[in-house]
Structures are given as C-alpha cells and as structure tokens.
Design a binder for this molecule. Sequence first.
Ligand SMILES: [Zn+2]
Length: 40
Amino acid sequence: MGPGGNCICPNCGKQVAHVRGTPCTQRKCPNCGAQMTRQT
Ligand SMILES: [Zn+2]
C-alpha cells in the first residue's frame, strides 16, 4: 500500500489523494460526483 493511500471512483476510475480525517466514502468524485471508495 502507498504511504497515504488514494481514493478511487468506482464509476469512472478517478483517483485522488486521500485526505486524512476524511473517509473516502464521504468524498465525491470531482469528475462524476459518485461516492468514492478506498483504493487498496
Ligand atoms: Zn467518477
């Protein structure tokens, strides 16, 4: 796993840096607005 991890959009595959303290599931994809998930 990476040092900080990424969040990934299950809809379009967009990856963004995970922000500490903000779960990926509370973030929305900047491309399509889908709920993001943690990339493993
Ligand atoms: Zn997306």
